[in-house]
Ligand binder design. Sequence first.
Ligand code: AMP
Ligand code: GLY
Length: 431
Amino acid sequence: MSERKKVLVVGSGGREHTIVSAISRSPSNPEIYCAPGNAGIAEAAQCVDIGGEDIEGLLQFARAEKIDLTIVGPEAPLVAGIVDLFEGEGLKIFGPGKGGAQLEGSKIFCKEFLCRHGIPTAAFEIFEDSEAALAHVNERPLPMVVKADGLAAGKGVIVAHDRDTAVKAVEDIMVERNFGDAGSRVLIEDCLTGSEISIMALTDGVNYLPLETAQDYKPAFDGNKGPNTGGMGSYSPYYSLGDPLVQDILNKVIRKTVEGLAQEELPFKGVLYAGIMLTDEGPMMLEYNARFGDPETQSILSRLKTDPLAVFEAASEPGGLEEMVLEWDERDAVCIVAASGGYPGSYEQGVPIEGLTPAGEDSQEAGLWVYHAGTRRGETGETLTAGGRVLGVTALGETRQAASEKAYEALAGISFDGLHSRRDIGQTMAN
Ligand code: AMP
Ligand code: GLY
């Protein structure tokens, strides 16, 4: 028998638990490691106590353990150059190099890239100086969108409907430096209206392969009310891949992006996530992510029938996706996030979670998974909350409604002090 392959997943959230869970159903039965992982991931993988930001530490681990493939979940290690570092040592890794990851790492780089390649996006101006930015904010028509250039943990975008909000946004970003160096430059752009869609595609740098579509629910409360969060739930599919709208976006955005990256010699393998506003003038790019969306991934990968490890491996090699065909479960998937009380504001951590099913009881056949997003093991083996978004209960059903009901039924058996979830996930549209 040939040796089992060794796979390292980098990250500790619901997206990474979903990736670990998907790979663990590979017929090749790989040995899975996760750095740093969480309490749920620890049931399917060996967790290693190295943070995603410690890319040198991850390299040492991958070399020592002879890891065959590393899969990077979050953006920070990608922007820090983990892929260049690993590939420089001849190690196979899923994700874009530092250059390509700039599409997510710098909103200004992203806008300039869009302009160079004729991809439609909102008109914008760039400022390096807070006085000039404030003068602009006071002159231009409302509403407007103010964005910190760099990574800001999803908090650096402010849609301002009045001047005070716009002024405060510029001051918070450029003067107070609430996001550190990410705020040394700002972008001020036209506010687009329409509904939002995100399209994710795998790319090997040459070919691209669209993933099934999904939508996430950003606002904290039912009926899309309240403050924005990292995502309170998701469903897949949204549009069918054959829909002319999706084909149009693949052609006008994804194809042009992959070609543009290749032309600019910015190696990009992994997932390209395009966040798009469907406006009256057609699809317009809002932003790229250089990684899987969270919690969209929970709904999407739960439907993937093709050997997930083979898919990740193919997308990690230049031209590797040429022959790859993805097969999907026809059923709908819905993911409901159970969050800590107070999230997205401040919240307590270390709260015991009751009612979690033992490992293995959730599975592809049952079409039910409790993905852990922010959890850790307590000293006596109990599972504790360790983040704002704690769990992502994900179910498959014949319809979106059926999947939603099944996920809510499973969620009803789980409790922790302060648990907060929306009650309309999969039952109303996400936007
Ligand atoms: P984030 O995903 O945190 O970077 O925030 C991006 C979100 O801000 C998008 O999902 C949109 O809802 C909103 N947004 C960004 N740019 C614009 C724009 N030009 N017009 C309207 N909304 C925008
Ligand atoms: N759910 C959106 C994101 O992952 O950025």
